[in-house]
Design a protein around this ligand. Sequence first.
Ligand SMILES: [Zn+2]
Length: 366
Amino acid sequence: MRYSRQIILPELGTEGQAALQKARVLCIGAGGLGCAALPYLAAAGVGTLGICDDDQVELSNLQRQVLFKTAEAGKPKAELAAAALRGLNPEIGVKVHATRLSPENALALFAEYDIILDGSDNFAAKFLINDAAAKLDKPWVYGAVLGFEGQVSVFHSKHGPCYRCLYGEAPKNPVANCAEAGVLGAFVGVVGALQAVEVLKLAAKRPQLTPLLGKLLMLDARDWQIHEMALASSPSCPICSTKPENIRLTISNNACSTFSASDPSIPEISAEDAVKLKMPFFLDVREPHEWSEGHVRAAKHIPLGTLLSQTAPELPREGDLIVYCRGGTRSKKALQHLRKLGFTNGKNLTGGFVSFSGAHPEQCEA
Ligand SMILES: [Zn+2]
């Protein structure tokens, strides 16, 4: 009776429901993403849910962490979330791991579960989830929110590209997290709910339900631009090119201690040096709304998603081709693609448009 509305979905059926009840899902972090995803997983009858979090509820969390109540400030989040989920569905098992994910405990934690749900808000945790999941051959559902932009994907190393194929290294100047950048609770809920859908699709193991493996869903809530970007495994990925037994878990804060730079073969150029070049060609791979807010004068604009779908972009093959995005991550992805197409003259603008417009505002226009 409890699950009748989903069992009648032919794509799920009794078979899918039975698989859900056998599934074991570990959520890393009981923050905004976890608070959105976990109730749906509990309600849908996922047999075992684990919650890994060592924080207490703070008043400033409640704007997006809607599993918690005002009177619960100061109390442990994992315990409270577990109680809420048990109240929602007493038929499932909920386990509390009141600890912070670390290279020391990740393998033992993950070993108990089939699917890892990423409810973390920082690069270091995401890299650790990726590496531990790859080592144990488990899929994980990635979610990230920054301001009005969100991303969702499913990573399962050896079955598709992994998170490090996409991002390589933790950035030297990490993008701000919620505390610094600000975030709309309802939008975090959207991203968390999308993650829950992906977890349910994986857990149900039904052929009609295709997870976001090898695809990155990118959402912009300002004008609801939604893109799906195909991801490719990177030949230089330190995880995908390593045997699982040889993967070593670390916490990467700034420069990662065990891996070299993700793609040292892509040359970098600073804003200072870029303006000294004779007739450089600038390629802007940001989204249209970012372009319209300002760009390098005379730059060509091809958003990353569009560029990645092109096999013969109209770009010069000689002279200096300088590619930039906001901060320098998407442009690297663009340059990897361009190199596969035979462009050997590309350079990555270090620090992206932010650094360029800061150093040379007179070279920019809106
Ligand atoms: Zn990889």
